[in-house]
Design a protein around this ligand. Structure first.
Ligand SMILES: Cc1ncc(COP(=O)(O)O)c(C=O)c1O
Length: 330
């Protein structure tokens, strides 16, 4: 029996295949050094776990609203808004089982078959997979090495835009290359989005994963709020990858459609998990600071060890490195 032809367009995140192989290897008694997934060997803060336990004990085990429990939508509107100097209402926030579903739901909400969507490569592999799966044309834009890091090749982005271009996916504090846009670069992307009337998916998974300075969102720029969907996730900042909790923060017309997609897909994000999310945002933040201190120490150790190896040159603000386009992860 034949399967649906559109499945031929579906890519994957090979890190999950490696994860399975690594687990099997580990089960045979071998030692694993897990660099394959963006996961932490740091536990979720205790206060967050306790809030979820309490929610289960309190019977928060049934369905809940498709867009999320009101307390979490409100907490996210406050947190995401105040950190970006923007004003969101709970209606702009649609809770998701992780940040990843925001990608697929954004694409489903804005892209028709045949439309073109620009995405970063190197980049998170699911962008390309989902664009093509839903019948779009995935057009990759690249980064170029500069004296301070990596810059988006803006000339290439301009050359890729056609009347069929519907959206651009933009991942500032970039995975995998760690690039951060300058103000000028962010403004240039915003200018192109406005000029060509593009929707923007701003993947802000790492917005608060930094050791100094302050992140900026493209949604903060004039004319951008109404065309930008922010991908928010609890995965990294609160060491909650396995909880599957995130949110789309979006203009009302898109938020409403994303909530409708939730109803069709998973009905709602796991009810009691959302209480953990409220505690993560509103409760004690000391674990977050401790975790970032630990990650900074590990980063420094790893960078020093790698730079001590002949022929290896890890990018830092002081050093150049070369980035070559990655092939698609199928
Ligand atoms: C750039 C980027 N976006 C989105 C995600 C999705 O994260 P999650 O679904 O765990 O929230 C990740 C995960 O590694 C990521 O690196």
């Amino acid at each position: 029996m034949a399967l649906a032809t559109r499945l031929e367009q579906l890519g994957t995140e090979t890190a999950f295949a490696v994860s399975l192989a690594a687990a099997e290897w580990g089960a045979k008694g071998n030692r694993i050094f897990p660099f394959h997934l963006g996961d932490l060997n740091i536990a979720t803060p205790k206060n967050v776990v306790e809030a979820m336990d309490k929610a289960i004990a309190d019977g928060k085990t049934g369905y809940c609203p498709a867009a999320g429990i009101p307390q979490l939508r409100e907490a996210l509107a406050d947190d995401v808004g105040s950190r970006r100097g923007l004003s969101f209402t709970p209606a702009n926030v649609v809770v998701q089982p992780g940040g990843k579903p925001v990608i697929t739901k954004f694409i489903q909400a804005v892209m028709n078959p045949g439309d073109e969507v620009l995405y970063p490569n190197p980049g998170y592999p699911i962008y390309e997979s989902q664009i093509e799966y839903f019948g779009g044309v995935a057009k990759a834009y690249r980064y170029l090495p500069s004296s301070t890091g990596f810059n988006i090749d803006l000339d290439q982005v301009k050359s890729l835009i056609t009347p069929k271009t519907k959206a651009i996916i933009y991942n500032d504090l970039q995975n995998p290359i760690g690039a951060e846009s300058t103000d000028a670069e962010r403004e240039a992307i915003a200018e192109l989005a406005i000029k060509h009337n593009l929707w923007v998916l701003s993947d802000e998974a790492y917005f608060e994963m930094r050791y100094s300075g302050k992140s900026k969102s493209i949604a903060q720029l004039p004319g951008m709020l109404e065309r930008t969907v922010i991908l928010y996730t609890f995965s990294k900042k609160f060491a909650m990858t396995g909880w599957r909790l995130g949110a789309a923060v979006a203009p009302l017309e898109i938020a409403t459609m994303i909530a409708k997609l939730n109803t069709n897909d998973e009905s709602c994000t796991t009810h009691f998990v959302q209480y953990g999310g409220v505690e993560a945002l509103r409760g004690d933040q000391s674990s977050v600071t401790t975790m970032l201190d630990t990650l900074r120490e590990r980063r420094d150790t790893a960078v020093n060890m790698l730079n001590a190896m002949p022929g290896v040159n890890v990018h830092s603000r002081r050093q150049r490195s070369i980035c070559s386009p990655k092939s698609r992860a199928r």
